[in-house]
Design a protein around this ligand. Structure first.
Ligand code: TXA
Ligand code: MG
Length: 350
C-alpha cells in the first residue's frame, strides 16, 4: 500500500512537507489535498514523472494535465506571457479554484499539455498544496487523484481506494473544502470560455470579465477542447438515473420509480437535496440508501457532499436516483457533474 501521512490542513508540519517535496524532486508521485479535490502530483518539468501519472491513472495521453503553482512568479514561468486580465482575476481567485488556459512556455514538456500549444495553470488555495509546491521548487503537474473516468477524490481514502499502492506518498489532510474541481477558463478565446464549470462560480467571473460562454458538454470526440468535458467522465459504478424538469414533477414521479425498482428486488440509492428526502416515503426500507446533498439553497454544501455521496452509494446499490439542481453558484458545477455521471437522463414535464 502507498504510504499515507496525516498532515494538518491549516498548518502543515514542515518535516512532512519536506519529505513529500523530496519525493516530487526525485521524480515520484505524491497525492495531496487542494481546496477542490485531491491531486496526483509530479514535477511538471520532469517528463518521465508526468508520464507515470498517465500510467497510474489509466489516463489517455490526449488528456492534458493542470500545472499547479504557488505564486504569480511560478505562473509566469509556465506561460508565454501573463495578459493583463490575469491580474484582474488573480486578485480574487489566485490562490483559488480557478484554472486558466493560456499559451504555454517552451519549458513545459509536451507530455503535460498532451502536445497542445496551451497550458492549464492554477494556484490552489490550500496550505498543504501551497507549502508542497513552494518546498518542491518546481511547478507541480496534477490531475485529480482518481482512476481515469472515476469520480474525483475528496478524501485521502478515495485516493487509496482508486490508486492503491501506485502512489509513492499520500498526504491526508481530511476532506477537501470545496468538493468539486476547479473552473477551467480558456483565456485564449475572446470572450473567454468556461471549459469546465467548477469551484469559481460563473457569476463571479462574469462580474470581473463580462459575459462568458460556458461549455458544459462536448458533443463529439473531435470537438473536444478539454477532454475532461467528455460526457461520461465522472461515471460512478452504480448506474445513475438523473431526473430533470420541475421539482414538483420529479417528486411526484420518484415514489413510483422507487416502488417499481424495489418490486424488482433492486437496491436503490437516493442522492438528493435534504428537502426531497424529507418529502419522500423511503425511510422504512433497509434496501434504500439515502444520501443527502444538504439544502438545495446551499449549493456549496451540495458541491462538498457530491463526490463522497456518489462513492458511498456506488457498489452498494443497483441504481442511484438523483435530480437536477438549480445551476446557481456552485450549483452549475454540481449539475454538470451529475449529468456526466448519469447513465440515463429522464426529462419530466410539468
Ligand atoms: O480542481 C482541480 O482542477 C483538480 C485539482 C487537483 O487541481 N484537478 C483536476 O485535474 O481536476 P483533471 O486532470 O482531473 O482535470 C483537468 C481538466 C481536464 O478537463 C483537462 O482536459 C483540462 O483541465 N485541461 C488541462 N489542460 C488543458 C489545456 N491545455 N487546454 C484545455 N483544457 C485543459
Ligand atoms: Mg479528473
Amino acid at each position: 500500500m502507498s504510504r499515507v501521512l496525516r498532515v494538518h490542513p491549516q498548518f502543515p508540519e514542515p518535516d512532512i512537507i519536506r519529505e513529500a517535496a523530496q519525493v516530487l524532486r526525485r521524480g515520484g508521485l505524491v497525492a495531496f489535498p487542494t481546496e477542490t479535490v485531491y491531486g496526483l502530483g509530479a514535477d511538471a518539468l520532469n517528463p518521465q514523472a508526468v508520464a507515470r501519472i498517465f500510467q497510474v491513472k489509466g489516463r489517455p495521453a490526449y488528456d492534458p494535465i493542470i500545472v499547479h503553482v504557488a505564486d504569480l512568479e511560478g505562473l509566469a514561468k509556465v506561460v508565454q506571457e501573463v495578459p493583463a486580465v490575469v491580474h484582474r482575476l488573480a486578485e480574487r481567485w489566485m490562490p483559488g479554484p480557478l484554472t486558466l488556459v493560456l499559451p504555454k512556455s517552451p519549458e513545459v514538456p509536451d507530455v503535460v499539455t498532451a502536445g497542445k500549444p496551451t497550458v492549464a495553470v492554477r494556484m490552489p488555495a490550500h496550505p498543504v498544496a501551497l507549502a508542497l509546491i513552494r518546498e518542491a521548487g518546481c511547478p507541480v503537474a496534477a490531475p485529480s487523484a482518481n482512476r481515469f473516468g472515476h469520480t474525483s477524490p475528496t478524501r485521502a481514502e478515495h485516493v487509496l481506494a482508486d490508486l492503491g499502492d501506485a502512489v509513492d506518498l499520500i498526504l491526508d489532510a481530511g476532506p477537501t473544502p470545496i468538493g468539486v474541481e476547479s473552473t477551467v477558463l480558456d483565456l485564449t478565446q475572446d470572450p473567454p470560455v468556461i471549459l469546465r464549470p467548477g469551484g469559481a462560480p460563473r457569476e463571479a467571473l462574469e462580474a470581473l470579465l463580462g459575459p462568458i460562454r460556458v461549455l458544459t458538454r462536448a458533443v463529439t470526440h473531435d470537438e473536444v477542447r478539454s477532454p475532461g468535458t467528455l460526457p461520461r467522465h465522472y461515471a460512478p459504478e452504480s448506474p445513475l438515473w438523473l431526473f430533470t424538469g420541475p421539482r414538483e414533477a420529479i417528486l411526484a414521479r420518484l415514489p413510483r420509480v422507487l416502488a417499481d425498482l424495489r418490486a424488482q428486488g433492486r437496491r436503490v440509492g437516493l442522492l438528493l437535496p435534504q428537502e426531497d428526502l424529507d418529502a419522500l416515503a423511503w425511510a422504512e426500507d433497509p434496501e434504500v440508501v439515502a444520501v443527502s446533498l444538504g439544502p438545495e439553497a446551499e449549493p456549496r454544501e451540495m458541491a462538498r457532499r457530491l463526490f463522497d455521496g456518489l462513492r458511498r452509494l456506488e457498489g452498494r446499490v443497483d441504481v442511484i436516483l438523483a435530480r437536477d439542481v438549480v445551476p446557481r453558484d456552485l450549483g452549475l458545477a454540481v449539475r454538470d457533474r451529475l449529468h456526466r455521471a448519469a447513465d440515463r437522463v429522464i426529462p419530466l414535464e410539468e
